[in-house]
Design a protein around this ligand. Structure first.
Ligand SMILES: *Cc1c(COP(=O)(O)O)cnc(C)c1O
Length: 722
């Protein structure tokens, strides 16, 4: 069943490079990255750090040379040894603490997964979280398989037109040069499954991505026997068309269960990441009913093995399908679940009857444990869904808990910070990075050493941006003004603010432009200037968002801003690595109660970039008065317009009165000790708590294992609806 990589021929001595190439384990281990960088630096750089592409394109003589180069071989041997040690580890956190408590893996279903920029199967934070969870599960020894969709065209690539508008480019993934492999059965055939989609039968196949010890299975509808339309069903992520969307979600949920069955995988816990995946619960109920169980019992059994995470506090963010669409695509289920149409439709009915089939309601009805993704989001979600549980007299009785998100530290720490932590915290700091005591040692890092690293990281970001600008300029497709808007006039000594995330309306990307004159004064102060770097995509169907992106691009090209506003196009995991480490301040200004958690600020803090944020999402619990800044703190706005005014005013005055003076107050050697104090406190207070390690331990202890043991002891959850 282990797929091989066809067509890659390697000298015997380094033959296992093929295996390593197809396991993204290399991406979060510095020596793994170094190995491929050394193999062919030009290909590494030109191909976007994609080892599969390197092995497909590298001249054979380079491979032969590497296979006899003692330096390369020493690195190769040591990387393969630590890879093997990780893949066969029997002393992981999970095995030493909870060995034998899960009969099978956790099946983690998600509509997007962001593992590496060479696999563009994500749009934003939800995908990053899913990818970080897969990697951390591998690090912790927690058995997990991911289940998602293979989108051959992925999410779009963003280009900015000469007049500053987003253009979307869809290109087909070159499967030959991506770290995905087809999955075959033991008789050598492609694994196939089929599902009923309305009145037609759809065939599905599956790809696999190795993420350390975790395997991610990606379902694809591009099978020869399907109609051309069906073959393209899973082509793109987040298609606005509702009918395509419900079909994709059936492919993911129902198809995901069938693919796991075809693979012979028996999960002990099924984790639904956001409502998009909730059809997988219906399919599992149906399986049990088909084996003779009554619907109520089947529902109870499914609940006892299902965990659901909700991610959005915005009512409009929950997937609701019209009853017509549900009738069209799920009527097949009505009889097979052992109940009538009404009972099935009731599973997707929210208490605030939205007239449709609500995927969050379905997930809540069919999961034994549910969680929100930050403390504050927990409160919001309990309030939002209180009416759903008529017996819940108080908000606290609502059975939705919270596990605050965290980021995968080895993925998001910059190499420079990693070396600094090795030197001053502990050589093995990565192994115990969720130990808060370890981080008290941040105080021991000399301010000069930390400041040097911060400076280096900013230089790297500016070089990255300049290189992009240079490439566009020499391609003769852009005008001078556009090159300026791309950041060609950025200066590495200037205080740099980053606003980098999806351009969703509630995140208010243009808030900092609320008072143009005041912002111009701030950025163009000759003595203490400020520059702002933006990056992020608008959803193709969201025109208000596209307008605000256009507004930002227009300011970036406006001479009055002196080239101090830049827009970096086509934001993805690759640019994120430069941005989260390279700016000085990480700006986050969503409307209150709308950002469920947010994770990019955690990546920034990890790299010594303090957070300047509205106290929403994770910042509500993480802000301690000295690890960053809080916008509009303690003020209760009366409405959205007032909120914009209040928050913009607060943002400007924090910049003018606190951030700018602190940043530019230097000693004789140019070191800003007051600034470095905030940087240190950001690192110390954020990393051990807002890491994927703490998050996944919480999931295991609070959701997965309690589910598994409740089940083992025969305890049945009372279905809490009807
Ligand atoms: C971390 C990350 C996000 C999520 O950012 P938020 O601030 O949580 O919205 C989105 N996109 C990329 C590429 C990221 O790395």
């Amino acid at each position: 069943m282990v797929p091989s990589a066809p067509g890659i021929e390697l000298p015997e001595r380094i033959a296992r490079l093929a295996e390593l190439t197809y396991n993204l384990w290399w991406s979060w281990h510095p020596d793994g990255r170094k190995l491929f960088r050394k193999l062919d630096y030009a290909l590494w750089k030109a191909g976007g750090h994609n080892p599969v592409k390197i092995l497909r394109e590298i001249p054979p003589e380079r491979l032969r040379a590497a296979s006899t180069d003692p330096h390369f071989l020493a690195l190769y041997d040591s990387v393969m040894a630590s890879f093997d040690a990780d893949m066969n580890a029997d002393a992981t956190w999970f095995t030493s603490k909870h060995k034998g408590r899960l009969a099978g893996p956790i099946a983690y279903f998600s509509a997007e997964f962001a593992i590496h920029s060479s696999l563009p199967l994500y749009a934003g934070g939800l995908g990053i979280l899913a990818g970080d969870i897969c990697k951390e599960a591998s690090d912790l020894g927690l058995p997990m398989v991911g289940v998602g969709l293979m989108y051959p065209q992925g999410y779009f690539r963003q280009r900015i037109s000469p007049d500053g508008w987003q253009e979307e480019i869809y290109s087909r993934l070159d499967f030959d040069k991506a770290p995905v492999l087809p999955v075959f059965s033991s008789d050598g055939d492609r694994i196939l499954a089929s599902i009923q989609l309305g009145n037609r039968l759809l065939l599905l196949t599956v790809w696999q991505v190795r993420v350390g010890a975790t395997t991610l299975y990606l379902i694809d509808t591009n099978v020869e026997d399907n109609s051309p339309h069906d073959r393209d069903l899973s082509a793109r992520l987040y298609i606005a068309d509702r009918e395509v969307r419900i079909q994709q979600e059936i492919v993911l949920g129902v198809g995901g269960v069938r693919i796991l069955r075809a693979l012979g995988i028996e999960p002990s816990i099924w984790h639904a990441n956001e409502g998009h995946t909730a059809f997988m619960m219906l399919e599992r109920i149906k399986e049990k009913v088909a084996r003779g169980m009554a619907f109520e019992d089947a529902l109870a059994e499914v609940r006892s093995t299902t965990v659901f995470t909700t991610h959005t506090p915005v009512p409009a963010g929950h997937d609701v399908f019209s009853i017509d669409l549900v009738d069209k695509y799920l009527s097949d289920y009505y009889g097979q679940l052992g109940v009538d149409r009404d009972a099935v439709l009731r599973l997707g009915r929210a208490h605030h009857d939205d007239g449709g089939f609500n995927m969050t309601a379905l997930a809540l009805a069919t999961s034994g444990r549910c969680n929100a993704v930050s403390q504050l989001h927990g409160q919001v979600a309990r309030r939002m869904w209180q009416g759903y549980w008529p017996w819940a007299k108080n908000e606290e009785d609502v059975p939705i808990m919270h596990v605050t998100n965290g980021v995968h530290v080895p993925t998001w720490v910059s190499p420079e910070m990693d070396r600094l932590f090795q030197q001053y915290l502990a050589p093995d700091w990565v192994e115990r990075h969720d130990d808060a005591k370890l981080w008290d040692r941040v105080a021991d890092i000399p301010d000069e050493a930390l400041w040097r690293v911060r400076h280096k990281l900013k230089m790297k970001l500016v070089s990255f941006i300049l290189e992009l600008a240079q490439r566009s300029w020499s391609s003769r497709t852009v005008e001078a003004q556009q090159v300026v808007a791309m950041g060609a006039l950025l200066h590495p000594e200037v205080l740099t603010i980053g606003f980098v995330r999806r351009f969703a309306g509630y995140k208010r990307p243009a808030l900092v432009f609320h008072d143009m004159d005041r912002l111009k004064r701030i950025v163009s102060d000759p003595w203490r200037p400020v520059q702002i770097v933006f990056a992020g995509k608008s959803h193709p169907a969201d025109s208000p968002s596209k307008w605000s992106l256009h507004g930002v691009c227009a300011c970036a090209a406006d001479r009055d801003f002196q080239g101090k506003i830049a827009f970096v196009s086509d934001h993805d995991m690759h640019s994120a690595h430069y941005l989260v480490a390279g700016v000085d301040v990480w700006l986050n200004n969503p409307r209150r109660m709308q950002e469920a958690c947010g994770t990019s600020g955690m990546k920034a803090s990890l790299n010594g970039v303090p957070h300047l944020s509205v106290k929403d999402g994770w910042w509500h619990e993480a802000y301690n008065g000295s690890n960053g800044w809080s916008i509009g703190d303690g003020i209760q706005p009366s409405g959205p317009e007032d909120e914009d005014c209040v928050d913009a005013e607060s943002l400007y005055s924090i910049l003018e009165q606190e951030i700018v003076p602190l940043y530019y107050e230097r000693d004789r050697n140019g070191v800003p000790h007051g600034w470095v104090r905030v940087v240190k406190e950001a690192i110390r207070s954020v990393v051990p708590v807002y890491c994927a390690r703490r998050m996944l331990k919480d999931y295991t202890d609070k959701l997965y294992l309690p589910q598994a043991s409740a089940r083992a002891s025969g305890h049945r959850h009372k279905p809490s609806i009807d």
